[in-house]
Ligand binder design. Structure first.
Ligand SMILES: [Ca+2]
Length: 115
């Protein structure tokens, strides 16, 4: 199994009645095709689905992203998956908004496992 660090998680909202747009600014410089940033959603906090192509390699610049979040979603998280070897500067995410409403990100923990 791959060594993994599970990163920033965002547990923010209640259910909403229709698909909703998540927007955020992102920048990353991480090991290409070994380290990844994922945006994931859940409707129970246990089972997660990826809602965008994983981020890997270098973004070069900051980019703005918009992602459709399904109506049943109760949790969103940004998960950085890396290993014990080559690491870049990392993954940065800011200005996270849901339908234009700024969200407070909190990181409840960094979970380090499989070392
Ligand atoms: Ca790596």
């Amino acid at each position: 199994m791959k060594d993994t660090i599970v990163g920033v998680k965002l547990y923010t909202f209640l259910s909403f009645e229709k698909d909703t747009t998540l927007s955020f600014d992102t920048w990353h410089r991480i090991e290409s095709n070994y380290d990844y940033g994922f945006v994931e959603v859940s409707s129970d906090g246990e089972n997660w689905n990826t809602v965008t192509e994983p981020f890997t390699g270098s973004s070069v610049d900051w980019n703005s992203k918009e992602i459709q979040i399904p109506a049943s979603t109760t949790h969103i998280r940004f998960r950085y998956d890396t290993d014990a070897y080559t690491n870049g500067r990392g993954w940065y995410v800011t200005n996270v908004e849901l339908e234009g409403q700024q969200l407070d990100l909190f990181s409840d923990e960094w979970i380090k496992r499989d070392y």
